[in-house]
Write a protein of this length. Structure first.
Length: 88
């Protein structure tokens, strides 16, 4: 009786994990920054904004790429905020 329930629960968890991994944006670089890197910008990168969510950071980064402000960007998690890093 318990085996079918466990099998169904395991299958549901596997499907949920697979969807979470395949739906995640592939173009976003996420890294954990040290205090020095985030406050002063990593070498060759400037902090162009700070956002409460990763989605806000990605939207701002994509907008900058679309309008030609920068060719690439990184969203870096630092102290519960997402810093938008752009080339210096």
């Amino acid at each position: 009786m318990y085996k079918p329930t466990r099998t169904a629960a395991t299958a549901a968890a596997g499907i949920a994990m697979a969807l979470a991994l395949t739906v995640a944006p592939a173009a976003v670089t996420v890294a954990t920054a040290s205090a020095a890197a985030s406050e002063s910008g990593a070498q060759g990168w400037d902090v162009s904004g700070s956002f409460g969510t990763q989605q806000e950071c990605v939207a701002a980064g994509d907008a900058g790429v679309a309008d030609g402000s920068w060719a690439q960007y990184r969203c870096v998690l630092f102290e519960a905020r997402w810093d938008l890093m752009t080339p210096a």
